[in-house]
Design a protein around this ligand. Structure first.
Ligand SMILES: [Zn+2]
Length: 245
């Protein structure tokens, strides 16, 4: 009898553990898209993906509004989250006008195919589009060239500072807000390394960040491609990470 009770207790513990594991697994496999206001007419969207060797990684992009028209700066990290973002935009009474992606990696471009299928203009630089074509990935419908491009009545300035995290990485400047979206050229203060550098140009990276510092000497907020929002110290932090390697 005693043995029987003990066996029951053991089974109960196992069942409880399994239930707990399942509910944890359920939670982590459903890291939902987050969208929050970070400045006047500027929202940050954050999506999550499990990356081999890094675990769950968050990825930031923006939604910039002018006269109820919305531009997505970098698509979320999956088509599902891009769909979520589109419904967020419409439930808030905004109309999606276009997207722009700041380099070719999928944390910036995973939603391009979906946006194209809905006839929403998708923008990348010529350089990014060439890489997407070469890699057989969905390409943007619109291409710009040169190192500066303006969108949304000049409220969005896209700037190519040179190679760094990738050869095509762009930053986005919102002059009204003095807000810099650094994309993956800029690393958050809580990162103690440069993260994925498989496509990076380490020897040019610092120089490119310095180009951003020279171009935008007064910055209120810096949104990195991953991690927490900060100020212009994220630029020198990134230079430190590059130079410490
Ligand atoms: Zn990247």
């Amino acid at each position: 009898m005693k043995k029987h009770i003990k066996q029951m207790q053991v089974s109960l513990v196992i069942v409880c553990c399994l239930t707990l594991l399942e509910s944890c697994a359920y939670k982590v496999s459903n890291k939902a898209l987050e969208v929050k206001a970070i400045d006047q007419n500027v929202y940050m969207h954050t999506s999550f993906k499990k990356v081999d060797g890094f675990g769950w990684v968050d990825s930031n992009g923006l939604v910039v509004i002018n006269n109820n028209q919305a531009i997505i700066v970098d698509t979320p990290w999956s088509e599902k989250d891009t769909e979520e973002l589109l419904s967020w935009i419409s439930t808030h009474g905004f109309t999606i006008k276009a997207s722009v992606s700041t380099h070719y990696h999928d944390d910036r471009t995973a939603g391009i195919r979906l946006l194209n299928s809905k006839s929403i203009p998708t923008y990348t630089s010529e350089l990014t589009n060439d890489i997407l074509i070469r890699k057989n990935l969905p390409v943007s419908s619109q291409v710009f060239s040169g190192d500066r491009f303006l969108m949304l009545n000049d409220l969005i300035e896209i700037y190519y500072p040179g190679e760094g995290h990738t050869k095509d990485n762009l930053v986005v400047w919102l002059p009204e807000n003095k807000l810099l979206f650094g994309g993956c050229l800029i690393r958050p203060v809580e990162w103690k390394s440069l993260g994925y550098i498989g496509d990076a140009n380490i020897s040019q990276w610092s120089e490119s960040v310095k180009n951003v510092q020279n171009k935008y000497p007064v910055i209120n907020k810096v949104v990195p491609g991953h991690g927490n929002i900060g100020n212009e110290s994220l630029l020198s932090h990134t230079i430190d990470l590059v130079e410490k390697r």
